[in-house]
Ligand binder design. Structure first.
Ligand SMILES: [Zn+2]
Length: 380
């Protein structure tokens, strides 16, 4: 939905012929960001130790547990009743099952393409909670360290495009407060009343796209000041959310040269580093789900920043597609972090369609159900 790149951001640093730009007087703010970004070098992160074969899959007796209600951990809420169309009784542990990586874009007045209404967003959070899903972070999936109570299922929230609808500030008496009608505001409110959920989820951000898709708003769009951008990214990080690359300005990676692909990814990661220095950007969401011709470049690459006379490197461990259904368990030998499917939520697609399918007996998408013990892996 982001049709073309902003002129100034690219102009400031690129020499590639694939992108033609013009500098405009109105671009001062963006040029400042570019200057800021150019001053910081992202060092390539070493891919994490999580490899599918690294951990043994331990067998335990799931049937013995299946007859008992899952034990609630201290501090967690009581077991929620299963959905009306889900199998009755406690869910049987299956840590080789699937979990959803849900994907939101704009959270606005009405449902539409890449949009959900605010009411729908709140209802989707409530539905996930009611059905026993628990938000986890990407790093916990990659490192296989998530600790989900018995009977529950991890869910990874992803928020794409960094629009003000996801995260707006309101200035009140000189203080910045999170707009309670933005997605972050609604999610934080939900967490207050559902303390068994923690602030976890992944923001796949654009630092410099059009129409305010620039670290959640700039140039007064939706009342958002350009100077608030890095503060917002820092706030998300401080709350416990994670940060993810979505390119510099939502480039269709399939149509660009290797050099431009690397520039887009390096500068996307570099922008995050300028907000949270040293942050290890482990995830990349492909704009429109389009792969570059050279897929290996999604995982690592580098770009020479002529202005700063430095090479900027990036290294991603997880690459997100835009659709494909629920993801395989990270304990499943076929789990592939390099191409993760997602469950897009927007006008026309319903969350419950996927969740119902996962709860059907014999489903190809049988649901991951925790045994409550992070040290063991319960097979179905
Ligand atoms: Zn996007």
């Amino acid at each position: 939905m982001l049709r073309r790149p902003p002129h100034c951001i690219v102009m400031a640093n690129t020499t590639t012929s694939a992108v033609r730009c013009t500098v405009r007087a109105t671009c001062t703010a963006s040029l400042q960001l570019t200057a800021l970004l150019s001053a910081v070098v992202v060092f390539a992160a070493t891919p994490g130790p999580a490899a599918a074969a690294a951990l043994p899959v331990l067998r335990r007796d799931p049937l013995a547990r299946a007859t008992q209600p899952p034990a609630a951990k201290a501090g967690s809420s009581p077991q929620v009743p299963a959905a009306a169309n889900a199998p009755p009784g406690p869910r049987r542990p299956n840590e080789l099952g699937r979990f959803p990586i849900v994907e939101w874009h704009q959270v606005v007045e009405k449902d539409g393409t890449y949009k959900v209404s605010r009411e729908r967003f709140k209802a989707e959070l409530a539905e996930l909670h009611r059905r026993g899903y628990v938000p986890v972070n990407l790093s916990e999936i990659l490192d296989r360290t998530f600790d989900v109570p018995a009977g529950k299922t991890p869910v990874l929230f992803t928020f794409d495009d960094a629009s003000p609808s996801q995260f707006r500030y309101i200035e009140r008496n000189g203080q910045l407060i999170v707009d309670p009608s933005s997605a972050v505001g609604m999610l934080l409110d939900f967490l207050k009343t559902h303390p068994d959920w923690k602030p976890k989820g992944l923001f796949c951000m654009l630092p410099a796209a059009e129409a305010g898709h620039a670290f959640f708003g700039d140039k007064g769009i939706d009342g958002q000041k350009t100077g608030w951008r890095l503060k917002k990214v820092q706030f998300l990080h401080s709350q416990g959310f994670e940060l993810c690359n979505h390119t510099l300005w939502h480039a269709k990676l399939s149509k660009y040269s290797d050099a431009v692909v690397q520039e887009q990814l390096a500068r996307g990661a570099m922008a995050i580093d300028s907000a949270v220095p040293g942050y290890r950007v482990r995830g990349l969401a492909l704009p429109y789900g389009l792969w570059p011709k050279n897929r290996a470049l999604t995982l690592k690459g580098s770009w020479y920043d002529k202005k700063a006379k430095q090479t900027v490197s990036y290294a991603h461990e997880a690459v997100f597609e835009v659709a494909g259904g629920p993801a395989r368990s990270p304990y499943d030998p076929q789990f592939n972090a390099k191409a993760l499917p997602r469950v897009p939520l927007q006008g026309g697609t319903k969350l419950t369609t996927t969740l119902d399918e996962m709860d059907k007996p014999g489903s190809k998408w049988a649901r991951f159900v925790s045994d409550g013990n992070p040290k063991t892996v319960a097979r179905p």
